[in-house]
Design a protein around this ligand. Structure first.
Ligand code: 48H
Length: 275
């Protein structure tokens, strides 16, 4: 009896060709972009979503295979995340279900909240490059204008065979959204350009306001956002409450959108004055 197939007839070569050609085509397109966000935790994803939604060409680079950073795990390996008002506006906007447990204090399932945020960033058009680690910055005329990156797997290879040179992506702006370690600002610190005091002890009430207030440029072309802000400015940590991360991402996106508009207006002016 003739076997009736359920799926369309597609061969092995077609599967490989689809993956390689799609990946490389998009990769080539994103070698130059408006903004590179390093780190796909809550702050980076929120910023990427808002920037992509406003039309900026946005790339997110994440060293892990999975996206979401500390947003999956909640606190104490219990998969719930909390938020303080006024973050419920963002939860509503992203259709993240939540429960008010006391006035101004909300709780959500972290897998649900995190997957909604990832989907929102992708739906808005942010391009994700995962399993890739940013290991340095491109700096020209005292301004950051790109990143140096390599497959994360290279850093796990034995030294004898792990000598693989990185590649570079260019962008108008870069965001350090790498969390507690502020890895990207760290590349300026190790060259003596600035010093980071490191995050201070836990103080929920103080920390999130401080992180949002200080979110912004730390060096020309480089913004610091999310938990990295606490490390760069010596602000207290806040534990597993995430409103500050989402509002920091949103603020960074607003700054980047304004800044790139100004850059475009200036270059149009220069072009007109030359014409
Ligand atoms: C590519 C990299 C690199 C690199 C790191 O830690 P995250 O979740 O960061 P935030 O700031 O969005 O959120 C912080 C929050 O999760 C948290 O830890 C809180 C609120 N803590 C409070 C407290 O008191 O403890 O995500 C950062 C992401 C991760 O996914 C890393 O893998 C990634 O950045 N990353 N990606 N190149 N060099 N370094």
């Amino acid at each position: 009896m003739e076997r009736k197939a359920i799926f369309a007839p597609v061969g092995e070569a077609s599967v490989t060709r689809a993956i390689v050609s799609e990946f490389l085509g998009e990769f080539l397109d994103y070698i130059e972009s408006d903004v590179i966000v390093v780190g796909a935790g809550p702050s980076g994803l929120m910023a990427a979503r808002d920037m992509a939604k406003s039309g900026l060409k946005t790339v997110v680079i994440e060293s892990h295979n999975y996206l979401g950073g500390g947003f999956w795990a909640g606190g104490y390996l219990m998969n719930k995340v909390t938020f303080r008002a006024p973050t419920e506006d963002i939860l509503e906007e992203l259709s993240i279900p939540y429960k008010e447990i006391e006035p101004g204090h909300f709780v959500s399932d972290s897998p649900h909240a995190c997957s909604k945020l990832i989907a929102a960033a992708c739906d808005a058009g942010a391009k994700i490059i995962n399993t890739t680690r940013v290991e340095d910055l491109v700096v020209r005329e005292d301004a950051v204008c790109g990143v140096v990156m390599n497959w994360s797997a290279v850093s796990y290879m034995p030294k004898a065979i792990g000598c693989v040179d990185p590649v570079m992506l260019q962008s108008k702006l870069v965001m350090d959204a790498t969390g507690h370690h502020a890895r990207i600002v760290g590349h300026l610190e190790r060259r003596g350009i600035l010093t980071m005091p490191g995050e201070a002890n836990m103080w929920v009430d103080r920390s999130e306001d401080g992180v949002v207030e200080k979110t912004g440029f730390v060096y020309p072309g480089l913004l610091v956002i999310g938990m990295a802000v606490a490390t760069v400015y010596g602000l207290p940590r806040m534990g597993p409450t995430f409103g500050g991360m989402l509002l920091s991402g949103r603020k960074a996106a607003r700054i980047a959108i304004g800044c790139i508009k100004d850059m475009e207006a200036n270059s149009a002016e220069t072009f007109e004055s030359k014409a």
